[in-house]
Design a binder for this molecule. Structure first.
Ligand SMILES: C[S@@+](CC[C@H](N)C(=O)[O-])C[C@H]1O[C@@H](n2cnc3c(N)ncnc32)[C@H](O)[C@@H]1O
Length: 240
């Protein structure tokens, strides 16, 4: 039977997801679509987030290429945004990519960008979906900078879920918990993007690694990608 506490948590989680979705369909879409573009209409903070995020994307692409030919591999880009990872991944020859985002506006913009870049829809498909509803199995599952919307326990549950969909590789990035970051966040200096309208969570890395281990994955690469106002831990896991 569901306890009142469990019910309360589930209701809070659903309410928070509705809020995040609403944000990324409207003002969040406008803001992040500009950040993840060449637009000059960004302020200093947004430009720094763009620079930091690009480091994360470049890191992922470099690690994947080190693993060899991307042809013959299937990818899931979970919480794909406007396709900042999926598009270059397709251009580097990934066989199939299933990319999805909670926000229909973000997924539609990603599809528009892919079409404009001449990427065939048989190679790269976009859909609107939350992470919880994702199914199927892929050689590699990647989830970048989405866990900012997940508290620790739900993030660990999600790592297990994404790992269950990954045959070989799982890559995740998140804002790591550090006492310094916690202090900055509490005085409102951090996460000026989503935190204006949605909550932002930092995560304990050992919990994320332990959740992946429970699902049979071990960390093989780690990096910390930084720019002012951007701080993201990237971990690549392998099955085995
Ligand atoms: C900061 S953006 C990162 C986008 C993309 N992964 C990237 O690195 O370019 C966060 C994205 O997560 C999506 N998102 C937030 N919560 C989600 C959820 N529960 N399921 C799927 N996507 C979600 C948002 O709509 C947004 O597009």
């Amino acid at each position: 039977m569901t306890s009142p506490d469990q019910l309360d948590k589930a209701l809070n989680k659903a309410a928070e997801k509705t809020e995040v979705k609403g944000y990324f369909e409207t003002t969040g879409f406008e803001r992040w679509n500009r950040i993840y573009s060449d637009s000059t209409e960004v302020n200093r903070v947004q430009r720094n987030i763009r620079i930091g995020h690009q480091k994360t994307v470049d890191n992922v692409l470099a690690w994947l290429q080190e693993q060899g030919n991307l042809g013959g591999r299937s990818f899931c880009d979970a919480g794909c945004g406007v396709g900042s990872l999926s598009l270059p991944l397709a251009q580097l020859g990934a066989s199939t990519i299933a990319a999805s985002d909670l926000s229909e506006a973000m997924a539609a913009e990603a599809a528009r960008r892919a079409e404009a870049a001449g990427i065939p829809s048989e190679q790269l498909q976009f859909s609107a979906s939350d992470l919880e509803s994702l199914q199927g199995t892929y050689d590699t599952v990647i989830c970048l900078d989405v866990f900012i919307h997940y508290p620790q326990q739900p993030a660990e549950d999600m790592v297990r879920h994404l790992a269950s969909m990954a045959e070989q590789h799982l890559l995740v990035s998140f804002a790591p918990y550090t006492p310094l970051l916690a202090a900055l966040k509490s005085i409102g200096q951090l996460f000026p993007g989503p935190s204006k309208t949605t909550r932002a969570y930092t995560l304990r890395e050992d919990g994320i690694v332990a959740a992946a281990a429970e699902a049979g994955f071990k960390p093989v690469r780690r990096s910390l990608n930084k720019a002012p106002f951007y701080f993201s831990r990237l971990i690549a896991f392998e099955r085995g």
